[in-house]
Design a protein around this ligand. Structure first.
Ligand code: FES
Length: 109
């Protein structure tokens, strides 16, 4: 693949259905890769409410529950869905290529 804006994060088999893993990518914060029924979504791994890794949380009904204070976010949109979370999670454009899960590198601010 020649598109340099694409970053491979993992293989599709690395994330169980309704599971999440944390992945490091160069130049980006730690990311959380979610598998919702074979559809993949990527957000920042760090909860917007505090110092918690969302990859240590629980996936339920398309939402991720933070392991620290049980706040929740919509995995598809990053929107907060349960207090105390108020700030949305950053989400990334996911690209599938065969068994690879990639994201498109976001434009620099
Ligand atoms: Fe995630 Fe508080 S750190 S809800």
């Amino acid at each position: 693949m020649s598109d340099e804006s694409l970053i491979r994060l993992c293989g599709s088999g690395d994330v169980e259905p309704d599971g999440v893993i944390a992945v490091e990518a160069p130049g980006l914060p730690t990311l959380a890769v979610f598998n919702l029924d074979g559809e993949f979504f990527v957000t920042d791994d760090l909860c917007t409410h505090g110092a918690a890794s969302l990859a240590d949380g629980f996936v339920e009904d398309g939402q991720i529950e933070c392991p620290l204070h049980a706040g929740r976010f919509c995995i598809r949109t990053g929107a907060p869905t349960e207090a105390p979370c108020e700030e949305p999670l950053r989400t990334y454009e996911v690209v599938r290529s065969g068994d690879d899960v990639l994201i498109r590198r976001p434009p620099q601010p």
